[in-house]
Write a protein that binds this ligand. Structure first.
Ligand SMILES: Cc1cc2nc3c(=O)[nH]c(=O)nc-3n(C[C@H](O)[C@H](O)[C@H](O)COP(=O)(O)OP(=O)(O)OC[C@H]3O[C@@H](n4cnc5c(N)ncnc54)[C@H](O)[C@@H]3O)c2cc1C
Length: 517
């Protein structure tokens, strides 16, 4: 068997592995939560030779991890707050993702900071200084300028060439900088989980943890309703904004971030992202981020959440109006709600106060060991820094449980589908597929060679093919139509597209699941 086959997640594998756990198999670690943090923990543990099972109540990347801005940040914001060590860590993690572990899922993204006659010299100088500091971080992390070019000043004509929809009146030019971007945050989580599975991790979706202690989890199989008792040498809670529901001493103050999905053509956004200063605020930007496939994400808000975190957060009208208003200030067109094709919101798992016995809140993520139950919780942080979070959590669990394990190995462990950028350019498959599947792209495309029906797009004007749906079920652990629409593909971000695709996706999922029996 090849590593790729081992890394395949299927409905059948899920049943088999859940049965083994429920029958008394005791892994070294159980991690609760299948977002980027939990999947990162599963991979870190498996790569150290530990046995590990991941329990996710819904689907991989069901929570915050699919609603991010999809940026691989270089740590500029940390630097702005004087957190030099964290900034350096972010820049290093960006380098690891972009050059070693996931070149196939990441790309450099140009970001234009336009300068108008109305832009104050102080604000412009501040932005320029910040970008120069960001570039120093790039150099510190040894990321070559051939991958992330140095920031530079651009004239008005070049600014317009980069962002054709920019308002021309009063435009004086701008600053162009580069940061990393993910093709798709949910696909990063899936790649992490599959890579972990390839090293023997048990990845169990639709399994909700109801109660946790250091060595036990009472869980429910959400597909059958059956409750089960699971045992491990150490339990890690990586349930994001829901962490406090399992370990009450973990206190969070979630904040909501909303994005709108727009058409690249209607906004006039080209290859580069557009960064728009929020009026009256220092160093805060709303941005328009071009995505593969002709859409643009307009974000980002930052509002404290009132009350409990729902499973999925709605975007309120106030966020929509705020984003459209700020973006319209620098665009040639005034954006209206008619331009909005979809929207999504996520909750940042921000730490409130340290609730555990061991807390390291000098970092933006924390690993907390609950004094009464002994459960290790890892929370906070960023998508970009998931790898260090995971390593810290596994270190804490290894020490709490007295396990013998080497240090983290993930810095040099490519994810499923990864190859160097040079090697990726030679992969014999459509570029769009290489951007999603990396070196596995030819295998996805081959499904359509064998059965031409599978080479067809799901509906007219849609880039996603039927083969991608079949692949999602056969290899990526998709169990139903929503897993495919919302997380294996991101068709669900535009509700109209989701409706158009749903019948054919439902049929393909059903047939593919039957094919697995
Ligand atoms: C709007 C927004 C934009 C962002 N943009 C960026 C960005 O551009 N770059 C960046 O680096 N970071 C970004 N972040 C931060 C980043 O997205 C988060 O830090 C990260 O995704 C959190 O991942 P997580 O795995 O900890 O949580 P989650 O992704 O929420 O995962 C937790 C999982 O636990 C599961 N779960 C909950 N309870 C249980 C239970 N009882 N049993 C089993 N499973 C359970 C949930 O279903 C969920 O899947 C952004 C955050 C927000 C909100």
């Amino acid at each position: 068997m090849t590593a790729v086959i081992h890394a395949s997640l299927t409905a059948r594998r899920r049943v088999r592995e859940l049965d083994a756990l429920a029958s008394g198999e005791q892994p070294d670690l159980i991690v609760v939560g299948g977002g980027v943090t939990g999947a990162g923990v599963a991979l870190d543990a498996a790569a150290r030779g530990l046995s590990v099972a991941l329990l996710e109540a819904h689907d991989l990347a069901f929570g915050t991890s699919r609603f991010s801005s999809k940026l691989v940040h270089g740590g500029l914001r940390y630097l702005a707050h004087g957190h030099v060590r964290l900034a350096r860590e972010s820049a290093i993690e960006r380098d690891i993702l972009m050059r070693r572990t996931a070149p196939h899922l990441t790309r450099p993204m140009g970001q234009l900071f336009p300068r108008y006659a109305s832009t104050s010299p102080r604000d412009h100088a501040l932005t320029a200084t910040g970008l120069a500091a960001g570039d120093a971080l790039r150099r510190l992390a040894r990321t070559p300028s051939s991958l992330l070019p140095r920031p530079r000043t651009v004239q008005a004509a070049e600014a317009l060439a980069l962002v054709p929809g920019l308002r021309e009146t009063g435009l004086r030019g701008g600053l162009l900088a580069f940061d990393g971007a993910l093709t798709d945050d949910a696909r990063l989580v899936i790649a992490l989980a599959r890579t972990a599975a390839g090293l023997g991790a048990r990845i169990l979706t639709r399994v909700r943890a109801l109660e946790v202690t250091a060595h036990r989890v009472r869980a429910r199989d959400e597909l059958t309703g059956e409750e089960i008792e699971l045992r491990a040498r150490q339990v890690i809670n990586a349930a994001g904004v829901w962490s406090g529901g399992l370990v009450p001493s973990v206190r969070l103050r979630p904040s909501r971030g909303s994005h709108l999905v727009l058409d690249a053509r209607s906004t006039g956004i080209g290859e580069a992202a557009l960064m728009v200063p929020v009026p009256g605020e220092l160093n805060r930007f709303v941005f328009l981020l071009p995505q593969p496939g002709g859409t643009v994400y307009l974000g980002l808000t930052d509002e404290p959440l009132d009350g409990e975190a729902d499973d999925v957060t709605e975007v309120p009208d106030t966020d929509v109006d705020f984003l459209l208003d700020v973006a319209s200030r620098v665009l040639d067109v005034a954006l209206t709600r008619d331009d909005v094709r979809g929207s999504f919101a996520g909750l940042r798992p921000l730490l409130d106060t340290p609730g555990g016995r061991t807390a390291d809140l000098s970092r933006e993520h924390a690993v907390l060991t609950d004094a009464s139950t002994g459960v290790v919780t890892v929370v906070g942080g960023k998508l970009t820094t998931y790898r260090v979070m995971a390593a810290d959590a596994v270190d804490a669990a290894v020490s709490a449980a007295g396990l013998a394990a080497p240090a983290s190995r993930t810095a040099r462990l490519p994810l499923v589908g990864a190859a160097s950028r040079a090697a990726l350019t030679t992969v014999d498959a459509p570029r769009r597929l290489v951007g999603k599947y990396g070196t596995e792209a030819p295998r996805v495309a081959a499904l359509g060679d064998v059965d031409p029906e599978l080479a067809r797009p799901l509906f007219e004007g849609c880039a996603t093919t039927a083969a991608e749906v079949v692949w999602a079920v056969r290899h990526e652990g998709a169990l139903d139509v929503e897993d495919v629409l919302q997380r294996r593909t991101r068709i669900g971000l535009v509700p109209e597209d989701a409706e158009a695709a749903r019948p054919v996706v439902a049929d393909l999922v059903e047939r593919s699941l039957r094919g697995l029996d």
